[in-house]
Ligand binder design. Sequence first.
Ligand code: SF4
Length: 299
Amino acid sequence: MAIDTTTDLQQTVEDAAAHLYVWSLKDIPQDLRDALRNAMETETHKVGKRILETINTNVSVADERQNLVCQDTGLAVYYVRLGELFPLHPARIEQALREGTRRATLEHPLRSNTVHTLTRVPTGDNTGHKIPHIHWEFVPDWDGLDVKCIPKGSGSENMSFLKMLVPADGVSAIKRFVLDSIVGAGGKPCPPGIVGVGIGGSADLAMHLAKEAIARPVDDVNPDPDVAALERELFELLNETGIGPMGLGGDTTVLSVHVEQAHTHITLNPVAVNYQCWAARRASAHIFSDGTVDYDREA
Ligand code: SF4
């Protein structure tokens, strides 16, 4: 298949990115809405229940006024699944995602958060060196492109943790580290949210996996039964901590725990934790090689 060097398909991807960034900030997915409502209905702690009522009201007000669910527009992060037969080069897709982010920020307009890490000088458009951050997955024998936008708020991103554990300490050390991390984080990551845990690989891969874990829908379960059992156990343990909504006490500390794993070196046992706040925003576009776009709030 010929590679499209014209700008048509690139423009389509750019328009999709601009739409996804704004849309994800305003219209949270149904699985998250259901989880927040269910938490509000089952929470037994008085203050925790009140916080969850406020969160659910916040979501309704955002719907009514077509406004953002949270003022923190985050760092723009895209998860891209690119078919090998999709007729636009990854370099052009990267340009399109960057330009779409920039346009959405300036045209909506959205709050820009991006600064130079040393000088703290803002860029003004939510782009910068290596930002937006793009996760790539390449799919053989396919001519499509899936783009998922996950704006990542700083309150939850600041509560990210990585440790290279002793392999002989096994899975119990992994559980202890996750528990210690979330208890230590308390109310800072705006709970209740999704806890992403990455295990295995190398240090960077473990954190990458933790980030992939938070991108999954709330009710998604890892297909590996051993990993799914760990997800369930961590979910129950974390909700027994009593940290509760916004760290003010309650039964609901997390809505979900997702674990992603990779094989690792025999002398390694890496674990990474990444928190996604209650405003676990995400929105996707499925882009076909003819330029058609299907928007998908639930993927
Ligand atoms: S961590 Fe999430 S809920 Fe808290 S301020 Fe940031 S985006 Fe908003």
